[in-house]
Design a protein. Structure first.
Length: 286
């Protein structure tokens, strides 16, 4: 999941990391860390920072694609626990566009480096949960750079993966939009990967974290307790349904085989309808 699909991607991304380091007058140290399917690569630098490079297809990448950490630096409150941007670099190379971010190095490790879903209880202290609540509250008032979850996507995905028509999304707040365990560090909490942040349905962020925690009931229960004021509302139910639809769509593509039965069970509890994919075998992941 967090590794290159093939050696061509590996070589391209390693070369891009070296290119970015040279352009930014720094040197990478240690073993690089990979993002989803090798689309990003990151490494600590000798200047005490972290260098992260993202690759996208030039034909599908807008001229100013990076609305993530750069805009977060301008619009998101310092009350939100996140790494700070030092420098940003963008270049094209044939069919691809690369964006490099030089950000603060975060010493504490992420909670789940291999997969977005949780597989064991990380034993997080109360202060970690308090920082998470405070960060999401502060983020909710920021001016979003985009609408992250679109109604057209929900209209298409809900019937196929939840077996119900999509509800109309009427209540949105500004959210991280990728709040899962590979993007959260151990105590003290830092929220990583600001590539997707924007206007999201109310309840989507805590709903996504909750459904990625179903394999660890104690943590899932803690999330429901911490965010009951959101998740136990009509708008929060819609946000959680959207998180489930997104995760079940990923299941349909071959991801999350061990989490899949729990996602289907929770979807049926929430909607009263057995998901259409409940009795199908997922296709192999690619």
């Amino acid at each position: 999941m967090y590794s290159p699909k093939d050696e061509a991607i590996r070589a391209r991304m390693q070369n891009a990391l070296a290119h970015a380091a040279a352009r930014l007058s720094t040197t990478t140290t240690g073993t690089p860390a990979w993002g989803w399917l090798g689309r990003t690569i990151g490494s600590r630098t000798n200047g005490g920072h972290w260098l992260r490079v993202h690759c996208g297809e030039a034909s599908k990448t807008p001229e100013h694609r990076n609305e993530g950490i750069a805009v977060a630096e301008e619009r998101v409150s310092d009350k939100v626990s996140r790494p700070r941007l030092q420098e940003l670099l963008r270049w094209e190379d044939g069919l691809y566009v690369f964006e490099a971010e030089l950000i603060d190095y975060i010493a504490q490790p992420v909670i789940s480096p291999e997969t977005p879903d949780l597989t064991k209880d990380p034993g997080l202290p109360d202060s970690w949960w308090a920082t998470l609540r405070e960060s999401l509250d502060a983020l909710s008032t920021a001016e979003p750079p985009r609408e992250t979850i679109r109604q057209s996507w929900a209209d298409r995905v809900f019937p196929e993966f939840l077996g119900i028509p999509a509800p109309t999304i009427t209540e949105r707040i500004t959210g991280h939009a990728d709040l899962q365990w590979a993007n959260l560090t151990h105590h003290p909490l830092v929220i990583l990967d600001w590539e997707r942040w924007g206007a999201v349905p109310v309840g989507y962020d805590p709903g996504m974290l909750y459904v990625n925690s179903l394999r660890v009931p104690a943590v899932a229960d803690r999330i429901r307790a911490e965010f009951a004021h959101v998740l136990d509302t009509p708008a929060g139910h819609i946000g959680e349904q959207i998180a489930l639809a997104e995760m079940l769509q990923a299941v349909g593509r071959g991801w999350y085989p061990e989490l899949a039965p729990l996602l289907r069970k929770r979807a049926e509890e929430l909607t009263g309808v057995r998901p259409p994919w409940a009795n199908r075998e997922p296709s192999p992941s690619t």
